[in-house]
Design a protein around this ligand. Structure first.
Ligand code: NDP
Length: 388
């Protein structure tokens, strides 16, 4: 971050708040603070140690000026929030409430509730938590559930056998096989599972049939996470049509379907990935920026056009105290959570982006709850489509 230095001039007159002299007081309005934050190099020149800086030529100013590359640390200070926080929990609740009537109508028509089956293979603790949450939400929504748990030593053939059984079971509407599968099953195990799931019960939307239907904008099951993002944008009244959406990440379960869904809403879409050149510049073009990378706090302020809508899909657990202090320097409440629990969740977006973005999804409480809500919605839809 370069700080234009009107402040350099005022520094000559001293440091501290005065008639024409401003400090980097974080309580000042952001613009004043950034345009007048003390330049470390200037400060050093003035004989006061503050931080690092380097003299550069600033063409915007009349002569050579000193600009600061490194803002002064703001440890322990709460970042000023400019972004509207998009409440994924509230929208997810709204979606689940709306499903109640549909669940009741399915019950009337089929004589049973929509039913979801979940297959969990192995003992990955995160997967166990995800499955527990999905089962709990389905139960609360009045749905039928079937849970099949296989040991980590289970073969791919055994897993496919369970999937085939659920395919043939007329009392099951949706099938979900929790990712990741144990590595020992082989690199293409998930692909084989997705190929085997009956497309009519593919409530995760990962089968090639579902993917093809999505690309062609036909009726089918869209993957829950990107579908949830669209619900969040639409219900938050964020315009999509004509906007430039940049999606960072091109996985089959988030990045690619996200791009398709945004395209179908008439956004102009750019997909970025690990080989994209000058990613920050590309991301700064976005009116809507979606980060689905899997790297904690990767998307910093430099990636975000002021006022952009930023959707943080990432869920990462920070367990190192150094990382926690670095990432949450301006967020003492999150540091406090870390101290208490020994870990804290962070998305792919740096929490300081809240100072730049126009709207932002929090982690936790943003995209995560929507993923589960959309799984419920897909299951109800699968039940509704049965026999039609
Ligand atoms: P994947 O690992 O499958 O994909 C990550 C993508 O990010 C890849 O396309 C990869 O590019 C790209 N990427 C990785 N590093 C960089 C980099 N340095 N610069 C640019 N692009 C990069 O992850 P998923 O799509 O499955 O998940 C992404 C995140 O979303 C994870 O944090 C995951 O936990 C979270 N998630 C959250 C869900 C929710 O409910 N909120 C649901 C699903 C996922 P390349 O293709 O070139 O390797």
């Amino acid at each position: 971050m370069l700080y234009p230095l009107s402040y350099g001039r005022s520094l000559k007159e001293g440091i501290g708040r005065g008639s024409r002299i401003r400090t980097c007081d974080p309580l000042l309005p952001k613009q004043m603070r950034y345009q007048t934050a003390p330049c470390p190099a200037r400060v050093r020149k003035a004989g006061i140690l503050f931080g690092r800086g380097r003299p550069v030529e600033n063409r915007a100013l009349s002569g050579p000026e000193t600009v600061c590359e490194n803002p002064p640390p703001r440890v322990g200070l709460r970042a000023p929030v400019t972004a509207k926080i998009l409440d994924g929990k509230a929208v997810a609740q709204q979606i689940r409430d709306e499903l109640k009537g549909r669940v009741a109508r399915v019950r009337e028509r089929l004589g049973r509730s929509p039913a979801l089956s979940i297959v969990l293979v192995g003992d990955d603790p995160a997967s166990a938590v995800y499955v527990r949450n999905k089962l709990k939400t389905a139960e609360e929504a009045g749905m039928g559930i079937a849970h099949e748990r296989l040991p980590a030593t289970a073969t791919l053939a055994a897993t496919l056998e369970v999937v085939r059984r659920f395919n043939q079971d007329p009392s099951i509407d949706g099938i979900l096989v929790q990712s990741p599968l144990p590595k020992a099953m082989g690199a293409d195990a998930e692909q084989q599972v997705f190929d085997t799931i009956d497309p009519g019960k593919d409530v995760d939307g990962f089968s090639p049939i579902s993917a093809g239907r999505l690309v062609q904008n036909r009726e089918g099951f869209a993957p829950c996470t990107p579908a949830g993002v669209i619900e969040l944008l639409v219900r938050s009244k964020i315009p999509i049509e004509g906007k430039h959406a940049v999606v960072i990440g091109r996985s089959d379960i988030v990045g690619k379907p996200m791009a398709s869904l945004l395209l179908h809403k008439n956004a102009t879409v750019t997909i970025c990935h690990s080989r994209t050149r000058d990613l920050p510049a590309m991301a700064r073009e976005a009116d809507i920026l979606v980060a689905a990378i899997g790297r904690p706090a990767f998307v910093t302020r430099d990636y975000v056009k002021p006022g952009a809508v930023v959707i943080d899909v990432g869920i990462n657990s920070v367990t190192s105290p150094e990382d926690a202090r670095r990432i949450f320097a301006s967020h003492p409440d999150r540091l406090e959570t870390f101290e208490r629990r020994g870990s804290v969740l962070v998305g792919d977006v740096h929490p300081d982006v809240v100072e730049v973005a126009g709207a932002l999804t929090p982690v936790p409480g943003g995209v995560g709850p929507l993923t589960i809500a959309m799984l419920m919605a897909n299951t109800v839809k699968a039940a509704e489509l049965r026999g039609r």
